[in-house]
Design a binder for this molecule. Structure first.
Ligand SMILES: C[S@@+](CC[C@H](N)C(=O)[O-])C[C@H]1O[C@@H](n2cnc3c(N)ncnc32)[C@H](O)[C@@H]1O
Length: 426
């Protein structure tokens, strides 16, 4: 492995004990949010001949954790651009750690050699072309019939709002800095596309949500998520401090305090309360009931229901709603209920049905898988209507229709408003 031993460390991110501690906390955070699983690929982890490669492994912690559930003869190889933190004493004998730069071709003995290739949280050092190139190179290490599992983040999908000012500032600051570097702040939503381009088949996507705040049921997880975010903010100055326009150390210190306060006190992604507090948006309890009865919620584009703040009445916030519901009860329970027939103005970016391609592109960008999008834009409502028809057959048709008793809304002022807004309508 001689060509693995001379690698220049081009990584500009933090490299100190605290950073490796952050990586461990982050590892435990995402592992718990993946139901304690490190590997989602359908692979026989009990086999004694299994071979696993973990690219950009840092100290090798992911492999050491995985080794606990593998056969002691399984071969585990980790690589990274820097070796000074490679685990030594605490490392099982079947783990090897080597130097390798993800931008370089892999050595011959790695080609087609691994049942499972894994890479996590390194693509923010790349632009789009470099990400694709490095994934194409990494893909050559997968044995025919083997699996590649990529895991990366989305730093931009946050819920904005008056109680999320510091989080929004943090996201915008990171976005500005990554934009100047030309790197991807949020490679996660693009992974499936790059894998497809690299030639992978049967691609499955899983969204892992890391939540924090006082309303998160698991407070240990919430604290982990907070500490990871705050450590990222600490690392930001080291990495980006020389970028013109990047906030001073003092400003970052204040932002850190504000962010910490906000993360510990803000409402966490409450669908009705935080996104748009109106009496028509359903609350979490109603969402949970939908999951129980296999029902569907039709996400509306009515601006006042999308957000109570003008600035957030956008296509992106509509997708926030979908992500929130999907996270809470699954994407099998979401449909589109645009309300285009009943609105005087629209949210920005979703002015009419000609914008549906943009909606789908945003859903893909934010990491909703193709199969879940197909459900949202049609398959879910077809399922529910079929079920309603099935239940309707043989029921007592004399039953009265259940209707809310609403006062008649049509009066002269409404008729006038409609004819002014739609002069061509008869
Ligand atoms: C944020 S850490 C993630 C580590 C680990 N995969 C995890 O999930 O905890 C990023 C790692 O990528 C490594 N790295 C950065 N640039 C690299 C490159 N060009 N080639 C290989 N590794 C690289 C860094 O040394 C660091 O260990």
């Amino acid at each position: 492995m001689s060509n693995l031993d001379v690698v220049e460390d081009t990584y500009k991110g933090p490299r100190h004990d605290g950073e490796y501690e952050r990586l461990r906390v982050q590892h435990e955070l995402v592992k718990a949010n993946m139901d304690g699983k490190l590997v989602l690929a359908p692979i026989d982890l009990t086999s004694s001949t299994i071979t696993v490669l973990d690219s950009a492994t840092a100290d090798g912690y992911w492999l050491v954790d995985l080794a606990h559930s593998l056969h002691p003869q399984a071969r585990l190889v980790g690589t990274d651009i820097a070796s000074q933190y490679f685990l030594k004493a605490d490392k099982p004998a079947n783990i090897e750690l080597h130097l390798h730069n993800i931008f370089e071709a892999w050595p011959n003995e790695y080609i087609n050699a691994f049942d499972l290739v894994h890479q996590r949280f390194v693509l923010p050092v790349c632009n789009d072309a470099q990400s694709l190139d490095s994934i194409q190179k990494l893909f050559t290490c997968v044995k025919p019939g083997g699996y590649i599992q990529l895991h990366d983040g989305d730093m931009e999908t946050i819920i904005e709002g008056p109680d999320r000012v510091a989080m929004t500032e943090f996201r915008d600051m990171m976005g500005m800095a990554w934009g100047i570097m030309g790197h991807n702040l949020s490679p996660g939503p693009k992974l499936a596309h790059w894998l497809r381009e690299a030639g992978a088949a049967d691609i499955q996507e899983t969204l892992v949500f890391n939540e924090c705040g006082p309303h998160v049921a698991n407070q240990v997880q919430s604290e982990r998520a907070i500490s990871v975010l705050l450590a990222l903010l600490d690392g930001a100055h080291l990495l980006l401090g020389n970028i013109p326009g990047f906030p001073s150390v003092q400003k970052l210190g204040q932002l850190k305090k504000d962010l910490e306060h906000e993360l510990r006190t803000s409402l966490t992604q409450r669908y009705s309360a935080a996104l748009a507090a109106t009496e028509r948006n359903v609350n979490d309890e109603a969402l949970d009931r939908l999951k129980e009865n296999g029902g569907i919620i039709m996400v509306t584009f009515l601006p006042e229901l999308v957000s109570k703040h003008d600035d957030h009445q956008t296509l992106q916030t509509v997708v926030d709603h979908m992500l929130y519901i999907g996270q809470r009860i699954g994407f099998d329970h979401i449909g589109i209920g645009s309300d285009y027939d009943g609105m005087f103005r629209s949210v920005r970016g979703l002015e009419d049905t000609s914008r549906y391609p943009q909606l789908i592109s945003e859903m893909l960008r934010r990491g909703i898988s193709r199969s879940n999008i197909e459900k949202i834009i049609g398959m879910n409502i077809i399922r529910v209507l079929k079920e309603v028809e099935r239940l309707g057959v043989g029921t007592d048709k004399t039953q009265p229709v259940l209707e809310d008793d609403l006062p008649d809304m049509w009066d002269d002022s409404l008729r006038k408003l409609i004819s002014q807004t739609y002069p061509d309508a008869s």
